[in-house]
Every structure is written in C-alpha cells, then in structure tokens.
Design a protein around this ligand. Sequence first.
Ligand SMILES: Cc1cc2nc3c(=O)[nH]c(=O)nc-3n(C[C@H](O)[C@H](O)[C@H](O)COP(=O)(O)OP(=O)(O)OC[C@H]3O[C@@H](n4cnc5c(N)ncnc54)[C@H](O)[C@@H]3O)c2cc1C
Length: 407
Amino acid sequence: MAEFTMELNDEQKEVQDWVHGFAAQVIRPAAAEWDEREETPWPVIQEAAKVGIYSLDFYAQQYFDPTGLGLPMAMEELFWGDAGIALSIVGTGLAAVGVLANGTEEQIGTWIPQMYGDASDVKVAAFCSSEPDAGSDVASMRTRAVYDGAKDEWVLNGTKTWATNGGIANVHVVVAVVDPELGSKGHASFIVPPGTPGLSQGQKFKKHGIRASHTAEVVLDDVRIPGSCLLGGKDRLDERLARARERAKGGERLKNAAMATFEASRPAVGAMAVGTARAAYEVALDYAKTREQFGRPIIDNQGVAFQLADMRTRIDAARLLVWRASWMAANGRPFTSAEGSMSKLFASEAAKQVTAQAVQILGGNGFTREYPVERMHRDAAIYTIFEGTSEIQRLVIARTLSGMPIR
Ligand SMILES: Cc1cc2nc3c(=O)[nH]c(=O)nc-3n(C[C@H](O)[C@H](O)[C@H](O)COP(=O)(O)OP(=O)(O)OC[C@H]3O[C@@H](n4cnc5c(N)ncnc54)[C@H](O)[C@@H]3O)c2cc1C
C-alpha cells in the first residue's frame, strides 16, 4: 500500500508540469474559439494525441497511480486549461472506465485502443447510460438488450440522451436492461462496435457551457451486436443475475454496472471542478491587483480581498476532499461515509461559487466574452449536474451516513 503524503512525488510533479504546459500553451489559447464554434476540437485532441496526453497509456498510468493522485492531478490541469476542450479530451475515459470496471481482459485489450485510435487518426468513445426518462433515476431505464441465442447476438433498442461524444464516437458503451424484474440490478453494459447498423445520433444539444464538448442523443434501433460485446461475458452476467434474484429475495442491495462506473469517476469530476475554479480564481486575483478604482487597486478593499481569500480556501478544501477520495479508491479503502460523493459535491458547488465571485470581481469585464471568467462560470454549472446532481450526491451521503432509506 502506498504511504499517504500530501506531497506529489518527483514523477507526479513532472507529469503535472507537462500537462499544465499543454493546457497553457495549447488548450487555453483555443478555448474561446471552440466555445463559440460549439464543435468538437478535433485538432486539439489530435495535438494531445501527438504528445501522448490523449492516449490509453497516459490515462491508464494516471488511473492506476498507486497514490490515487495521478488522475485528479491531470484532470485539474487539463480543466484549468478549458473545461469544454478538456472534456473532449477526457470524455473517452468515462467509456474506458466502463470497460475497465466491467470488461474481461480480452475486452479491455480489444476495445479500449479502438476508443482512442492513434495520433494520425484520433477516435473518441461515448458512455451512454442516461435516458430521457432516466436521469437521476437510473432504475427507470428502458433501453432493452435481448439475447438471441440462435445467433449468439444481443439486440439493443432504446434512446439514450446526454451522451458525451454520442453519435460521433468510434465505440459506444451502452447500459441496457437485461432483466426488467430486477430494476437497476438487471442492467448490463455493452460495447457497440464502430459502424454497427441501427445506432444513430439524435439531437445534438446546444448548451449553456462546456460547448466544445459534443453532447447528443443516441438512438438504438434493432442494433445487433455479437455475444462477445456483453461486458464481462454471459456466464458472469447469468451468475450476477442469479445472485441479484437471491439477494432481492433477502432484501440485500447490490451495485449495478452503471453505478460502479459513476462511483469510480466521481472524485475525477471533483478534480475537473477544482481546475475550472482555480483558473477563474487566478484571473480574478490578477485583475484585482491591477484594476484601480478610487485611486488604488480594488484588492485594497477588504470586500474584494476577503472574497479572494474565501475563493482560494474553498478551492484548496475541495482539492483535499478530491485527493482523499482518490487515495481511498486507489488503496481499496471502503467509502464508509460516501467520501467520493462528498468530494464531487463540495468541489462542484465550490466551482460554481468561485466562478461567480470571479465574474463579480471583474465587474463589467467579467460579464463579457473578452475575459475568460464568463465562459468559466458557464462551464462550472455542469459539475453540479452530470455524474449525479448535487441533490443525488447529498442523498448518497445522507443514506450512507444514516443507513436510512432517505428520499
Ligand atoms: C453536458 C452533459 C453531459 C453529460 N454526459 C453524459 C454521458 O456522457 N453519459 C451519460 O449517461 N449521461 C450524461 N449526462 C447526463 C447526466 O448525468 C444527467 O443529466 C444527470 O444525471 C441528471 O439527470 P437529468 O438531467 O435527467 O435530471 P433529473 O434527474 O430530471 O433531475 C432534475 C432535478 O431534480 C433533482 N432531483 C431528481 N431526483 C431527486 C431526488 N430524489 N431528490 C432530490 N432532488 C432530485 C435533480 O437533482 C435535479 O436538480 C450528461 C449531462 C449533461 C448536461
């Protein structure tokens, strides 16, 4: 087990400097343009692939860092650059985690490389769980997966929504119902390989923030996939369903595939929020030191300086919660107080508060697209919504702490 330390080791510091350099030199300068275009920034993803930041190797290295700090540290730097572009770069990781969490070694080896492509031909992947009538309430999912034993194929039908990279992905990971009697325990995850007939993009959403990241509906119309595309394989699914039926009889709770994926990714979302908050705080601090009113820099006023003190304190507190949860996950510590959800809840709310304060400190300039805090404030709003809203995080935390079925 890795020893706990508050300090990044030399290797981590090197990675941090490298990712920060890419964020400062490539991502940040492109941010305003791709926010306006509301399109996937393919050239930036390609640039990230060329230097090795958009790759399975880089992602796996950070994901499996024994201290747990590699992934949140990389996320914070990328999202410090720009949230929309960074999500385009790391969105594939959510689908990859879905495969890592539920797939066999063979599935991991076959599909994850196809999610990323290579530097000369970059690809992205999508994780499709949410549906029009199943957002927070994952159990009400309707997309069906039916096994055709004669052909050893699964047939998927339904509509997914809000899928990051949905429809433009090379590989889609789709969560579907295999046994409606079991609610969320009857879900399974599937790979839809590139070019599979029946999968199409529905509406592409025009969003408030993270506009460089593509978000769309994914329609599944009699999508036939080989039996080998069931993540984890049929034997494991049958065993899991049998266990779920048994446990359901005894009233026990069992984690489902989608929840396992979300659980693993929550502190990483907290780290994204820390990156956006830190970016806005830095702009506000510089501005407050140089902008003069009443013959002195506005930071000379406690009303401004104290806001900056609060902003920085919130950011540091958020990072500590994120690092704690990431360290616990990497070291197999059980989340007995829902520490993963706590980190996401606190960091996402902090990002909203800090970016709003940054807009205020920049005054009229903060309200324009001439300065980046306006975009950062719009971007920050996503963190309290995706990967479980703040209300759902509070539900998870309160239920974990109390053991009560709080509604
Ligand atoms: C930009 C973007 C990207 C996304 N990317 C993905 C993706 O890649 N893959 C994917 O599968 N999904 C993705 N999502 C979906 C996201 O996870 C959902 O939007 C989120 O889970 C909330 O679901 P909903 O939008 O249906 O809101 P609803 O569940 O309808 O919630 C609406 C409001 O009601 C509140 N609420 C609901 N239930 C309760 C309750 N029990 N107690 C208290 N309050 C409650 C919520 O907190 C919220 O404030 C994305 C969403 C967005 C906006």
